[in-house]
Design a protein around this ligand. Structure first.
Ligand SMILES: Nc1nc2c(ncn2[C@@H]2O[C@H](COP(=O)(O)OP(=O)(O)OP(=O)(O)O)[C@@H](O)[C@H]2O)c(=O)[nH]1
Ligand SMILES: C[C@H](OP(=O)(O)O)C(=O)O
Length: 205
């Protein structure tokens, strides 16, 4: 099975601008990517990074500067077998949860993200195409139905946790033990408990 890891190499994670500056977002995105690549390898697969620009990483890199949807669909179109797509902003993923994803039956296997997104997919149907952003989980279910593809959903906290916003950093600090969690700790991001809420704050906030 081909495993591709899409990665926005330039100006990533803009929704974290309120807590990390541009250089920090780039470094944190790279740490999350490294965690994902480690998990894919530990699941016995060889990942390919599908990046918007060249990136110096310990994996093969395919550069495609088109939109995420167009770039992923190009990979699907040139592969007759099954293709897995695992996003690069899933720092809680483990080989065990990826095994569940890769081994699940179904023409299209979807791991939803919070907020109706799609964090990972396995595609075994030649006619199915992706449509990321917005309510992509719902859109992907509809796209599968339209081509008669059977859908399996993988229900997993670790796969559902994509890191987009400050609140998502809490999940990394609480549940993560990889490079992304270490990067946050080393850069003064920690959890703060107060008023019955848990927030991610910078030490210098
Ligand atoms: N190849 C490729 N990957 C992308 C593209 N846009 C986003 N990604 C990756 O797809 C995944 C989900 O994207 P987003 O959550 O929107 O990540 P992002 O673009 O870094 O974050 P924001 O700037 O906050 O939207 C992450 O792994 C990104 O690195 C793109 O245009 N091409
Ligand atoms: C890739 C995209 O991620 P988001 O921008 O919603 O985090 C999606 O889930 O379709």
């Amino acid at each position: 099975m081909r495993v591709v890891v899409p990665f926005a190499a330039e100006n990533p994670k803009t929704r974290l601008s309120g807590v990390l500056d541009a250089d920090e977002r780039a470094a944190f995105a790279r740490a999350m990517l490294a965690d994902v690549l480690d998990a894919v390898r530990n699941a016995g697969r060889t990942p390919t990074v599908l990046a918007t620009a060249p990136v110096d990483v310990d994996a093969s890199v395919r550069v495609d500067d088109r939109s995420l949807t167009t770039a992923v669909n190009a990979v699907l179109d040139e592969d007759d077998g099954s293709v897995a797509v695992v996003m690069a902003d899933l720092p809680l993923v483990t080989s065990a949860v990826l095994d569940r994803l890769f081994d699940a039956d179904g023409d299209v296997v979807i791991a939803p993200g919070r907020g109706a997104g799609t964090n990972a997919l396995v595609v075994r149907d030649d006619e199915f195409h992706t449509d990321f952003h917005g309510a992509s989980y719902l859109d992907h279910r509809e796209a599968a139905a339209a081509v008669g593809a059977e859908v399996t959903v993988v229900d997993s906290h670790r796969l559902a946790t994509d890191v987009d916003e400050r609140a998502d950093l809490v999940e990394v600090l609480v549940h993560g033990d990889g490079r992304a969690a270490t990067w946050l700790a080393n850069n003064g991001v920690r959890i703060e408990r107060g008023n019955g809420r848990v927030n991610a704050v910078r030490v210098d906030d």
